[in-house]
Ligand binder design. Sequence first.
Ligand code: FEO
Length: 185
Amino acid sequence: MPSHFAIYTVYGGAKVINKKVEDILNAQINKEFYSAYLYLAMSAYFDEIGLKGFSNWTKVQAKEEVDHGMILFDYIIERDGNVDLRQIEAPEKNFENPSQIFDLILEHEKHVTDSIKCVAELSEDECDMATRHFINWYISEQVEEEATVSDVIKMLNMFGTENPILYHLDKELGKRLYKPHTYKN
Ligand code: FEO
């Protein structure tokens, strides 16, 4: 965590985080953990239909979503706020095929992007510039996530979903490795 957050805490008094900002950050933690659930449900579906590479890709994404939630968790603590873990909704489970799932992923990530923008807007409105700065990491992460998902959708659209094509794409997606996400990388 960048040292200026710690400095902000020391000079800001006992509870330095704005309560509205704290609330929206806690809501965002819930969304990130819901995202992990959603990707795990997709991973299980891909396993069931024998697409191990697609399953790997979505499982790696689930782990990254947990990292996104934990970065927010640690940030609230760093700001001497209260972490409020809320009920996680059951994820969508009615999946049809890889194309439908990747369309769903893109739609979901666009919702997450909108939600991150709301965190940015609120922190600016509340003059919480530490959070406004912090949330930039998530804005960049969303650009990367949407682009990666769009690339898979383009491949599915361009090459079709015949078995040999899916076999090769499955091999490609199977290469994705999990790299823990932290605020600094
Ligand atoms: Fe954490 Fe996929 O957004």
